[in-house]
Design a protein around this ligand. Structure first.
Ligand SMILES: [Ca+2]
Length: 227
Protein backbone atom coordinates (compact mmCIF):
# COMPACT_ATOMS: atom_id res chain seq x y z
CA UNK A 1 0.00 0.00 0.00
CA UNK A 2 2.96 2.35 0.49
CA UNK A 3 3.36 2.85 -3.26
CA UNK A 4 -0.30 3.80 -3.58
CA UNK A 5 -0.08 6.22 -0.68
CA UNK A 6 2.97 7.84 -2.29
CA UNK A 7 1.03 8.34 -5.52
CA UNK A 8 -1.81 10.03 -3.64
CA UNK A 9 0.64 12.20 -1.69
CA UNK A 10 2.33 13.28 -4.92
CA UNK A 11 -1.03 14.11 -6.50
CA UNK A 12 -2.10 16.03 -3.39
CA UNK A 13 1.14 18.03 -3.39
CA UNK A 14 0.72 18.90 -7.10
CA UNK A 15 -2.88 20.05 -6.61
CA UNK A 16 -2.06 21.97 -3.42
CA UNK A 17 0.67 23.82 -5.29
CA UNK A 18 -1.71 24.57 -8.15
CA UNK A 19 0.41 22.52 -10.52
CA UNK A 20 -2.41 20.80 -12.37
CA UNK A 21 -0.06 19.55 -15.07
CA UNK A 22 2.36 18.18 -12.48
CA UNK A 23 3.25 14.67 -13.75
CA UNK A 24 2.22 11.87 -11.41
CA UNK A 25 4.62 8.95 -11.57
CA UNK A 26 3.15 5.56 -12.38
CA UNK A 27 3.50 3.16 -9.47
CA UNK A 28 3.41 -0.62 -9.16
CA UNK A 29 -0.24 -1.65 -8.88
CA UNK A 30 0.22 -5.44 -9.07
CA UNK A 31 -1.36 -7.47 -6.30
CA UNK A 32 0.91 -10.30 -5.07
CA UNK A 33 3.24 -9.94 -8.10
CA UNK A 34 5.82 -12.22 -6.47
CA UNK A 35 3.27 -14.95 -5.60
CA UNK A 36 4.47 -15.01 -1.99
CA UNK A 37 0.89 -14.80 -0.62
CA UNK A 38 -1.45 -17.82 -0.73
CA UNK A 39 -5.13 -17.28 -1.55
CA UNK A 40 -8.20 -18.73 0.12
CA UNK A 41 -7.85 -21.91 -1.98
CA UNK A 42 -4.73 -23.04 -0.10
CA UNK A 43 -0.98 -23.05 -0.69
CA UNK A 44 -1.31 -23.78 -4.44
CA UNK A 45 -3.65 -20.79 -4.92
CA UNK A 46 -1.95 -17.45 -5.65
CA UNK A 47 -3.82 -14.68 -3.81
CA UNK A 48 -5.33 -11.94 -6.03
CA UNK A 49 -4.80 -14.01 -9.20
CA UNK A 50 -7.39 -16.00 -11.16
CA UNK A 51 -6.01 -19.36 -12.23
CA UNK A 52 -7.53 -21.15 -15.22
CA UNK A 53 -6.96 -24.17 -17.46
CA UNK A 54 -8.80 -25.39 -20.56
CA UNK A 55 -8.11 -29.11 -19.98
CA UNK A 56 -8.52 -31.26 -16.88
CA UNK A 57 -4.90 -32.42 -16.60
CA UNK A 58 -3.37 -28.97 -17.15
CA UNK A 59 -1.89 -27.14 -14.16
CA UNK A 60 -1.98 -23.55 -12.89
CA UNK A 61 -0.51 -23.52 -9.37
CA UNK A 62 1.50 -21.50 -6.88
CA UNK A 63 4.72 -23.44 -6.30
CA UNK A 64 7.97 -23.55 -4.32
CA UNK A 65 9.70 -24.99 -7.43
CA UNK A 66 11.92 -22.54 -9.35
CA UNK A 67 11.09 -19.24 -7.58
CA UNK A 68 13.17 -16.41 -8.97
CA UNK A 69 12.69 -14.22 -5.88
CA UNK A 70 11.36 -15.21 -2.47
CA UNK A 71 9.98 -18.69 -1.88
CA UNK A 72 7.24 -18.98 -4.51
CA UNK A 73 6.58 -18.65 -8.24
CA UNK A 74 3.50 -19.52 -10.29
CA UNK A 75 3.67 -22.67 -12.45
CA UNK A 76 1.74 -23.20 -15.70
CA UNK A 77 1.66 -26.56 -17.50
CA UNK A 78 -0.42 -27.44 -20.57
CA UNK A 79 -0.60 -30.72 -22.51
CA UNK A 80 -1.63 -30.82 -26.15
CA UNK A 81 -4.29 -33.22 -27.36
CA UNK A 82 -5.06 -34.65 -30.81
CA UNK A 83 -6.28 -31.68 -32.90
CA UNK A 84 -6.84 -29.66 -29.73
CA UNK A 85 -4.55 -26.94 -28.37
CA UNK A 86 -4.89 -26.35 -24.62
CA UNK A 87 -3.97 -23.54 -22.22
CA UNK A 88 -3.07 -22.99 -18.55
CA UNK A 89 -2.89 -19.42 -17.30
CA UNK A 90 -3.22 -16.73 -14.68
CA UNK A 91 -5.07 -13.44 -14.89
CA UNK A 92 -5.29 -10.35 -12.72
CA UNK A 93 -7.87 -7.54 -12.92
CA UNK A 94 -6.82 -4.45 -10.92
CA UNK A 95 -10.46 -3.82 -9.94
CA UNK A 96 -12.04 -7.22 -9.31
CA UNK A 97 -8.94 -9.07 -8.08
CA UNK A 98 -6.96 -6.32 -6.32
CA UNK A 99 -9.75 -3.91 -5.36
CA UNK A 100 -8.10 -0.78 -6.77
CA UNK A 101 -9.92 2.33 -8.08
CA UNK A 102 -9.94 3.29 -11.78
CA UNK A 103 -6.80 4.03 -13.75
CA UNK A 104 -6.34 7.76 -14.32
CA UNK A 105 -7.42 9.02 -17.77
CA UNK A 106 -4.47 9.96 -20.00
CA UNK A 107 -1.97 8.04 -17.86
CA UNK A 108 0.13 5.13 -19.10
CA UNK A 109 -0.07 1.46 -18.23
CA UNK A 110 2.73 -1.05 -18.76
CA UNK A 111 3.85 -4.40 -17.37
CA UNK A 112 6.96 -6.50 -17.01
CA UNK A 113 7.51 -9.95 -15.56
CA UNK A 114 10.10 -12.70 -15.39
CA UNK A 115 9.46 -16.15 -16.80
CA UNK A 116 11.26 -19.45 -17.32
CA UNK A 117 9.91 -21.29 -20.36
CA UNK A 118 11.07 -24.95 -20.47
CA UNK A 119 8.69 -25.79 -23.34
CA UNK A 120 8.35 -29.19 -24.94
CA UNK A 121 7.33 -29.57 -28.62
CA UNK A 122 4.84 -26.98 -29.86
CA UNK A 123 4.75 -25.04 -26.58
CA UNK A 124 4.54 -21.23 -26.44
CA UNK A 125 3.92 -18.55 -23.81
CA UNK A 126 1.35 -15.81 -24.46
CA UNK A 127 0.98 -12.63 -22.46
CA UNK A 128 -1.42 -9.75 -22.75
CA UNK A 129 -2.01 -6.39 -21.07
CA UNK A 130 -5.40 -4.76 -21.56
CA UNK A 131 -7.33 -1.73 -20.40
CA UNK A 132 -10.98 -2.64 -19.77
CA UNK A 133 -13.88 -0.24 -19.25
CA UNK A 134 -16.61 -0.57 -16.63
CA UNK A 135 -18.45 -3.10 -18.82
CA UNK A 136 -15.35 -5.26 -19.23
CA UNK A 137 -14.85 -4.29 -22.90
CA UNK A 138 -11.27 -3.94 -24.19
CA UNK A 139 -10.37 -0.31 -24.92
CA UNK A 140 -6.60 -0.85 -25.40
CA UNK A 141 -4.53 -4.01 -25.75
CA UNK A 142 -1.01 -5.41 -26.09
CA UNK A 143 -0.39 -9.08 -27.00
CA UNK A 144 2.80 -11.08 -27.44
CA UNK A 145 3.74 -14.72 -28.01
CA UNK A 146 7.10 -16.20 -26.96
CA UNK A 147 8.08 -19.36 -28.87
CA UNK A 148 11.62 -19.69 -27.47
CA UNK A 149 12.26 -22.36 -24.82
CA UNK A 150 14.55 -21.25 -21.97
CA UNK A 151 15.73 -23.01 -18.82
CA UNK A 152 16.57 -19.71 -17.11
CA UNK A 153 14.41 -16.71 -16.18
CA UNK A 154 14.13 -13.92 -18.77
CA UNK A 155 12.38 -10.56 -18.42
CA UNK A 156 9.44 -9.73 -20.69
CA UNK A 157 7.87 -6.30 -21.06
CA UNK A 158 4.84 -4.79 -22.75
CA UNK A 159 4.63 -1.48 -24.58
CA UNK A 160 2.95 1.40 -22.74
CA UNK A 161 -0.82 1.65 -23.24
CA UNK A 162 -2.56 5.02 -22.89
CA UNK A 163 -5.66 5.13 -20.68
CA UNK A 164 -8.48 6.88 -22.64
CA UNK A 165 -10.31 10.01 -21.45
CA UNK A 166 -13.36 9.47 -19.26
CA UNK A 167 -16.77 9.57 -20.97
CA UNK A 168 -20.28 8.40 -20.17
CA UNK A 169 -20.61 5.04 -18.37
CA UNK A 170 -19.15 2.45 -18.86
CA UNK A 171 -16.22 4.63 -20.00
CA UNK A 172 -16.02 6.35 -16.62
CA UNK A 173 -13.94 3.55 -15.07
CA UNK A 174 -10.90 1.71 -16.44
CA UNK A 175 -8.98 -1.24 -15.02
CA UNK A 176 -5.78 -3.05 -15.89
CA UNK A 177 -6.09 -6.68 -17.00
CA UNK A 178 -2.97 -8.85 -17.28
CA UNK A 179 -2.66 -12.50 -18.33
CA UNK A 180 0.20 -14.95 -18.86
CA UNK A 181 -0.52 -18.39 -20.25
CA UNK A 182 1.26 -21.54 -21.37
CA UNK A 183 -0.27 -22.88 -24.58
CA UNK A 184 0.30 -26.37 -26.01
CA UNK A 185 -0.30 -27.28 -29.67
CA UNK A 186 -2.95 -29.55 -31.18
CA UNK A 187 -1.01 -32.81 -31.01
CA UNK A 188 -0.65 -35.33 -28.19
CA UNK A 189 3.12 -34.90 -27.60
CA UNK A 190 2.92 -31.10 -27.27
CA UNK A 191 3.82 -29.64 -23.85
CA UNK A 192 4.05 -26.05 -22.70
CA UNK A 193 5.49 -25.14 -19.30
CA UNK A 194 6.08 -21.70 -17.78
CA UNK A 195 7.26 -20.45 -14.36
CA UNK A 196 6.23 -16.83 -13.69
CA UNK A 197 7.60 -14.50 -10.98
CA UNK A 198 8.10 -10.80 -10.25
CA UNK A 199 5.09 -9.42 -12.14
CA UNK A 200 5.18 -5.61 -12.13
CA UNK A 201 2.17 -3.78 -13.57
CA UNK A 202 2.77 -0.03 -13.52
CA UNK A 203 -0.05 2.47 -13.71
CA UNK A 204 -1.57 5.59 -12.18
CA UNK A 205 -4.85 5.45 -10.26
CA UNK A 206 -7.46 8.16 -9.82
CA UNK A 207 -7.50 9.39 -6.21
CA UNK A 208 -10.24 7.79 -4.11
CA UNK A 209 -13.19 10.03 -3.09
CA UNK A 210 -11.76 10.57 0.43
CA UNK A 211 -8.45 11.70 -1.11
CA UNK A 212 -10.28 13.93 -3.61
CA UNK A 213 -12.08 15.66 -0.73
CA UNK A 214 -8.74 16.23 0.98
CA UNK A 215 -7.29 17.56 -2.29
CA UNK A 216 -10.19 20.02 -2.60
CA UNK A 217 -9.68 21.16 1.00
CA UNK A 218 -5.94 21.58 0.38
CA UNK A 219 -6.53 23.59 -2.81
CA UNK A 220 -9.10 25.79 -1.00
CA UNK A 221 -6.61 26.43 1.82
CA UNK A 222 -3.92 27.48 -0.70
CA UNK A 223 -6.39 29.76 -2.49
CA UNK A 224 -7.38 31.47 0.78
CA UNK A 225 -3.76 32.01 1.77
CA UNK A 226 -3.02 33.70 -1.58
CA UNK A 227 -5.69 36.38 -1.07
CA1 LIG B 1 8.32 -15.03 -5.82
Amino acid sequence: MRNLRNAYTTAAACVALGLWACPVQATVITGNGGFEIAGSGGAADSDMWSEFTTAANNVSERTTTNPEFGSYAHHLLAYGQDALGTVAGIQQNSGNDVGLPSLAPGSTLSASFDAMTPFGPGGVMNYTLRILNGAGAIVNIYNNTIPNPSSVYNTYTTTSLIVPAFGAAPNDYYVAFFEVNAAAGGFASSVSEVYVDNVSIEGTLVPEPASLALLALGAAAVTRRRR
